[in-house]
Design a protein around this ligand. Structure first.
Ligand code: FE2
Length: 313
């Protein structure tokens, strides 16, 4: 067992339908993230993990465009083909950058070990993940975070495969899920233990209060693909006292968690994860909620389905 396992807090499953405690709510507001151990019971966690493994072993490679999902270090270049841009109302499979042999271009891993993520409409198209998304507990959390019309706009399983699971550089989720003013909150659920060894998240505590959302990830106008542009609208959500500060000084705190833990992540919070060089995968499920009353324009890479984004309540 990896040494850092000992530092993971024990799971503490209890009835969380009541929402967050005042201390948890304050901690989220101060830190920009909140770790809630035992939010998902062991059997649900195990069945979502099994569902994920079943999907990975049964999807078809034959008609797949072999799209890789990457975010560059400078957030400048990003995979942006049609398979990605039209995935908002589908369940699609995105390959890990390092799953290919560079000389032959062929997969160097079995397909179930080659996928970086599955997205972005599991919360509507997969009953098990839908049940794990639209819950009274999550609705109560959204109420406590002052959402008026919380909408689930995307969901993903992130695999962080053994040996090749890619690094995710520091970023703010509201860059990718921009509303005016920003409102995104990530609900991140560990399906397996996440440790320093297999590339757990780490967080720049409090950075959501001092780091504006300066750029947005959008569809290129008049061309294929995506790009980052300046965010011209509000750069902080309503209701926060913000102080701008350069982000070079940020110190990152490791978020090692056990399977079944829910982590709430403020859309302005800087967070990252390192490459998984270990022999153990780090499967997680995450979905994002935005304020449905805020402006969501047609430039966003992710466009709503005809019926609109899914209501959390
Ligand atoms: Fe993120």
């Amino acid at each position: 067992m990896a040494p850092s396992q000992a530092s993971i807090p024990p799971s503490a499953t209890n009835d969380r339908r009541q929402g967050l405690t005042p201390e948890q709510l304050q901690s989220y507001r101060d830190d920009g993230y909140l770790i809630i151990p035992g939010a998902l019971d062991a059997s649900t966690t195990a069945s979502l993990l099994q569902e994920t493994k079943d999907m990975l072993s049964t999807f078809s490679v034959d008609d797949h465009p072999m799209t890789k999902f990457t975010v560059s270090e400078d957030n400048k270049a990003h995979i942006g083909d049609d398979y990605f841009l039209t995935s908002g109302d589908k369940v699609r499979f995105f390959f890990e950058e390092d799953a290919f042999d560079t000389s032959t271009g062929k997969l160097s891993k079995p397909k179930y070990r080659a996928i970086n993520k599955i997205g972005h409409y599991l919360h509507e198209l997969n009953p098990a993940f839908q049940d794990a998304t639209i819950t009274p507990f999550h609705a109560e959390i959204a109420r406590e975070l002052d959402f008026r019309d919380p909408r689930v706009l995307q969901s993903m399983i992130i695999c962080k495969q053994p040996e090749i699971g890619g690094r995710v550089p520091p970023h703010q989720d509201s860059t990718f899920l921009y509303t005016n003013p920003p409102s995104a909150v990530g609900f991140w659920i560990a399906l397996e233990d996440a440790t320093a060894e297999n590339g757990c998240l780490s967080f720049a505590k409090g950075s959501h209060r001092r780091t504006p959302v300066k750029s947005r990830f959008v569809r290129k106008q008049g061309a294929d693909g995506t790009e980052f542009i300046d965010a011209e609208g509000a750069r902080f959500p309503q209701g926060y006292e913000m102080e701008e500060k350069v982000q070079e000084d940020e110190v990152y705190t490791l978020g090692e968690v056990r399977a079944g833990t829910l982590v709430l992540i403020h859309g302005n919070l800087l967070h990252k994860s390192e490459k998984n060089l270990s022999g153990r995968s780090r499967f997680i499920y995450t979905f994002h909620v935005i304020e449905g009353e805020n402006e969501y324009d047609e430039r966003n890479w992710l466009q709503p389905p005809e019926q609109g984004f899914s209501r959390l309540y």
